[in-house]
Design a binder for this molecule. Sequence first.
Ligand code: PHE
Length: 347
Amino acid sequence: MAELSELSEKLSAIKSQIESDLAGITSSKGIFEYRKSVMDSKEGKIGSLMKEMGKIPKEQKAEYGKMVNEIRNWATEKFDALDAEFKAAEQKARYEAEAIDVTLPSKKLKKGYLHPNTQVRNQIVDIFGSMGFSVYEGNEIETDHYNFTALNIPQDHPSRDMQDTFYLSPEFLLRTQTSAGQVHVMESQQPPIKIISPGKVFRSDDDATHSPMFSQMEGLVVDEGITLCDLQGMLDVFVKKIFGEETRTRLRPSYFPFTEPSVEVDVSCFQCGGKGCKLCKGTGWIEVLGAGVVNKKVLEGCGIDSDKYSGLAFGIGIDRIAMLKYGINNIKLLFESDLRVLEQIDD
Ligand code: PHE
């Protein structure tokens, strides 16, 4: 290239070409590609201009370099400006597309409910947990020995008739009571023992207040000097927390082969306050659980020195507590999973 004037013309032509090319570009991506092609050091309209330097007479080199720099700066400014413009527009469009209308009413989230039995079980576990009890998970399938014999209910003992049992074989059965777990605990731990054991139990029994499968919560304390007073003290705390501060307890003599003495525990009717109503059948009291001082025979059978230690045990019917507490009059309602029932109980 001999004449700088020629170059000047060439540069003007490049400029107008770039101007018209730019008019057809509509995005920052387009600008990016176009800039790359224009500035490419081998092929680019501007990028390749420096390659020509070798052919320029020495005295014109400085001027040539200046003119090339000028057009490079001119183009860079143009690209930068357009790039910024497109990027701003593109960001705005994206924000608009992703916009959330915070004034729209929210989608209603359906709330789930824990089953009433689970709610009551959790409450009871919390109450006894706060008194230092730990939870023992027993087995639903037990042997005749753990469910009966070790609990001082030998074969042919009339009290076996109290609980109609589902036998799986002459030896194995579905436990009829969480008391079976007591024996496992006492066989494997030395006192002090303080456990509760919630779980399913099974009896061939079926009416408005009985179901073949229901839930119990066993409690067992074994230590030196444990008496029935400890039992009443703990149960007082328990019923006040479950049924309300006004609730009182009453112990009535009863019979269980594995406790001696045995008691039924009644609570003052939390519906009428003890005056007598339909719920308490006019008596002012409602029976809620069986309990007693662990029979010495049972302690000895588990290898615990009954002269040194004594124990107390109680068995709470979880379904029964749930039915009383939430006014459920048929145990079947606890097994039907009817949302119209379940949604009413959120304690
Ligand atoms: N296991 C007895 C029942 O199911 C309840 C109970 C437990 C009684 C512990 C006394 C002590 O009827």
